[in-house]
Design a protein around this ligand. Structure first.
Ligand SMILES: Cc1cc2nc3c(=O)[nH]c(=O)nc-3n(C[C@H](O)[C@H](O)[C@H](O)COP(=O)(O)OP(=O)(O)OC[C@H]3O[C@@H](n4cnc5c(N)ncnc54)[C@H](O)[C@@H]3O)c2cc1C
Length: 464
């Protein structure tokens, strides 16, 4: 006899578990099926453990900059196994926290693999054996995504790492090659660099962090290079050669082929949606290039089947997955949630220097036909950043010259990942330049640079 629910969610990542909790708040009887770890990639193999590692590399960097602050210490060293262990513990703690939250909200959790098994039906198996048959009027697919693999550069758990192996590394490589300079590649490159590795970052596009504003990409490149990272852009990886305990990457740049020998290689060339083996074949759910197609309320081509998060494509971000989960559930409950405004989803990269942005780049705004006003403010003009000893970076704001709408904001520098939310709220509230200029910012804070950037766009900057 199948167990009956109002809603079943397949996948317990930030999309799935948030959707399940919101549904429970709305008095639905909810089940969640998770085959591996509650918290999904984000808590276990993504957002959180990377930030725990990056905290360690930030501390290592600070310890090697002590003189700047009037301190001295000899024999600074770290225990790499302990650094990794702490990151895994943080991940474990948060995954256990999700289990507690689901219990508190009376969500029934099934440990196993969920697969659509007919209209309103889902089968759950564990190690190939049946665990449960579930029936629900609504099924949300939130199965996430995994690392994209380049043929010939498949992660092997030893010399070639995907993000999974890079998050639980068995050694601290002395020399490292990272292929792909999106957020994931840039964060790993920055982590290992700041822990003391010699890092080469390879990017096929003509600039690193290619989705960011071109000025931000150029600034981060310069900063990474100042930190002695080697960066190859417009670079085509032709292949790799494994040599016992090292790996040679063969790469072509400007028609010249070079070989880079490293201890390990991290492949961070994008992700693909987990669309396989979830029973989509027998449904009207449409899949395009490994991502499920949905409308603005997460509805797929199959009645009663919804999809959210990484499974539905870019931007591949935890907060996008969670927010989609809430929209879908509220729509199922008959509420009228605002559809997702993709342009208001902030993106952050926690490398050193940090990068954060929301909305359109200057180039995109111009392509979209806007007559723009652009403001810039460097942290070297900000008292708090100087006091912190981190005056590197800037804030750039892009406005529509006619309406004063904030089209985009782009930041690189200290704690910008904590500050971008200010501009995100402004965009969500459709705030104009006049209201932003009228806003009082506390002094001394790094956030004053956000105000100054707005002032600069309208010829009113004070401190530069
Ligand atoms: C190294 C790294 C760093 C990242 N850093 C950030 C960051 O700083 N900020 C940010 O916003 N995003 C970050 N991301 C992206 C973020 O992790 C994802 O966007 C987010 O996890 C997507 O959430 P989701 O719920 O859609 O899917 P996931 O988190 O992938 O969860 C899907 C879950 O479904 C389960 N599952 C899959 N198929 C089945 C099935 N058939 N039955 C049962 N269970 C199933 C999986 O086991 C998984 O637990 C990072 C990603 C990586 C890899």
């Amino acid at each position: 006899m199948a167990e009956q629910f109002d809603l079943v969610v397949v996948g317990g990542g930030p999309g799935g578990y948030v959707a399940a909790i919101r549904a429970a708040q709305l008095k639905m009887k909810v089940a969640l099926v998770e085959r591996e770890h509650l918290g999904g990639i984000c808590l276990n193999w993504g957002c959180i453990p990377t930030k725990a590692l990056l905290r360690a590399s930030e501390i290592n960097h600070l310890l090697h900059s002590l003189d700047q602050y009037g301190f001295a210490a000899d024999n600074i060293r770290y225990d790499f196994a302990k650094v990794v262990k702490r990151s895994r513990q943080v991940a474990g703690q948060l995954s256990a926290g999700v289990k507690g939250l689901l219990k508190k909200n009376k969500v029934t959790v099934f440990d196993g693999h969920g697969k659509l098994a007919g209209k309103g039906k889902l089968s759950v198996t564990k190690d190939g054996k049946p665990v449960a048959e579930i029936e629900a009027k609504h099924i949300i697919l939130a199965t996430g995504a995994r690392a994209r693999v380049i043929p010939g550069i498949e992660p092997d758990g030893k010399l070639i790492w995907s993000y999974r192996e890079a998050l639980a590394p068995d050694i601290m490589p002395k020399k490292l090659v990272v292929i792909g300079s999106g957020a994931i590649g840039a964060e790993f490159a920055s982590f290992f660099l700041n822990m003391g590795a010699e890092v080469t970052l390879i990017e096929a596009m003509d600039r690193i962090l290619p989705v960011e504003d071109a000025e931000v990409s150029a600034f981060v490149k310069k900063s990474f290079e100042k930190q002695k990272m080697k960066i190859l852009t417009g670079a085509k990886v032709q292949g790799v050669r494994k040599n016992g305990d090292s790996i040679t990457t063969i790469v072509e740049v400007d028609g010249k082929v070079q070989e880079i020998i490293a201890d390990r290689l991290i492949s961070a060339v994008g992700i693909v949606g987990n669309v396989e083996n979830i029973g989509l074949e027998a449904t009207k759910v449409k899949v395009e290039r490994t991502h499920v197609i949905t409308d603005e309320y997460g509805r797929t081509g199959e009645d009663g089947v919804y999809a959210i998060g990484d499974l539905t494509g870019a931007p591949w971000l935890a907060h996008k997955a969670s927010h989609e989960g809430i929209i879908v559930v509220e729509a199922i409950a008959g509420q009228h949630p605002h559809p997702m405004e993709v342009g208001n989803i902030p993106g952050c990269t926690y490398c050193r220097p940090q990068v954060a942005s929301v909305g359109m780049t200057e180039a995109r705004a111009k392509e979209a036909g806007h007559d723009v006003k652009v403001g810039r403010f460097p942290f070297i003009g900000n008292g708090k950043a100087i006091a912190l000893g981190e005056p590197e970076g800037f804030v750039k704001t892009v406005f529509d010259a006619k309406t004063g709408a904030l089209l985009g904001a782009h930041m690189v520098g200290p704690e910008v990942t904590e500050m971008i939310q200010g501009y995100t709220i402004a965009r969500t509230l459709e705030t104009t330049e006049a209201e932003l200029m009228h806003t009082v910012f506390p002094h001394p804070t790094v956030s004053e640079a956000m105000h100054e950037s707005v002032l600069d766009a309208f010829g009113r900057v004070i401190h530069i």
